[in-house]
Design a protein around this ligand. Structure first.
Ligand code: TRP
Length: 335
């Protein structure tokens, strides 16, 4: 990749506030990349949110601001990252329509993430067509910006694969316009939920939010799953599968002390309360400053919307340029 410009794009559906899973899966990487990439785009994917919330425009609308607040509070810097709203870029919808011809229904149904989500939502054959097709729209999200590096959680990998297939087919039919894109996994590609479920997810109700007050963090940590066989402090406990230790591994900056605690826990003599207190402290240290910045930003929603407006205008320019190229390649540049 000699001299190739790094163009980063990631997105988030505005269906709820951001939680620790978003933080380690995506946001952390985005913030790091702000000092490395040539260009960064951060999309609030309201169009994608509608694919399974078509009947709830208020929810989508309200969460655009919530997600923007969370992201800015985490350190998304509008002077480095173009933060924009998907539905305000009609070129993405346009591209999606053309990309849909490059993908088969069978392929759409095979996408493992969509499959899992369809099961979770119990859609069956009554899946909204837009939902089944959202990976195609996601390819358009990425390709309108000619992005090549996509920091997202592990569950989004199939979308990247589908995007690259669309790139291949598009280029084969119409000439070389797009390039392959790469997935960038966070250090923690998938964060387990507070209940030990494989994924932290709003719909599973096992999240710690980046806006949770201290008491809520404490309560959620207290309720965390440890080792059901560890009843008395003196009992030896299991570290593997123990959510508190999984979180300490990820969030506790002092790895040596965590290693010591694990050894002690396995031997017996270390209580759940002690490790939970430690984890609660670590998480409060992480989330506290984010929550404070969020509260300050929330006092001026107009300023936040102005940031989104400026970002959207910038993204639109890029989109129009790409669309001009696409039209030429597809021979639909009539006038
Ligand atoms: N599907 C992503 C999610 O659910 C959000 C998203 C939409 C996205 N468009 C994107 C992520 C483009 C990366 C690139 O979190």
């Amino acid at each position: 990749m000699e001299n190739k410009k790094i163009v980063v794009l990631t997105g988030i559906r505005p269906t709820g506030r951001l939680h620790l899973g978003h933080y380690v899966g995506m946001i952390e990487n985005l913030i790091k990349l702000q000092n490395e990439a040539d260009k960064l785009f951060y999309m609030i994917a309201d169009v994608q949110a509608f694919t399974d919330n078509a009947d709830n425009p208020e929810k989508v609308r309200n969460n655009v601001l919530e997600v923007a607040l969370d992201s800015l509070a985490c350190g998304a810097d509008p002077s480095k990252t173009t933060i924009f709203i998907q539905s305000e870029i009609p070129e993405i919808a346009e591209l999606t329509i053309f990309f849909l011809n490059l993908v088969t229904l069978a392929r759409l149904k095979r996408n493992p993430t969509v499959k899992a989500e369809m099961q979770q939502k119990d859609f069956g054959e009554d899946v909204p067509a837009g939902f089944l097709c959202y990976p195609v729209s996601q390819a358009a999200d990425i390709l309108f910006a000619k992005a090549n590096l996509i920091p997202v959680g592990e569950d989004q990998k199939p979308m990247i694969e589908q995007t690259n297939e669309i790139v291949d087919t598009f280029n084969r039919f119409y000439g070389e316009v797009f390039h392959h894109v790469k997935h960038l996994a966070g250090d923690t590609p998938r964060l387990v939920g507070t209940d030990g479920n494989a994924k932290m997810s709003k719909s599973l109700g096992n999240c710690i939010y980046l806006s949770d007050p201290d008491e809520v963090i404490e309560q959620k940590v207290r309720d965390m799953y440890t080792d059901p066989g560890h009843i008395h402090v003196a009992d030896p406990g299991k570290v593997e599968g123990n959510v508190v230790f999984m979180y300490l591994d990820i969030f506790d900056p002092n790895k040596e002390e965590v290693a010591d605690l694990k050894a002690q826990y396995e031997k017996g003599g270390l209580g759940d309360v002690a490790i939970k207190d430690r984890l609660a402290h670590v998480l409060k240290e992480l989330i506290g400053p984010i929550r404070e910045r969020r509260e300050n930003l929330a006092k001026d929603p107009k300023m936040v919307m102005d940031i989104l407006k400026a970002g959207t205008e910038a993204a639109r320019k890029t989109a129009m340029e790409t669309m001009r190229e696409v039209r030429e390649a597809m021979k639909i540049n009539y006038f």
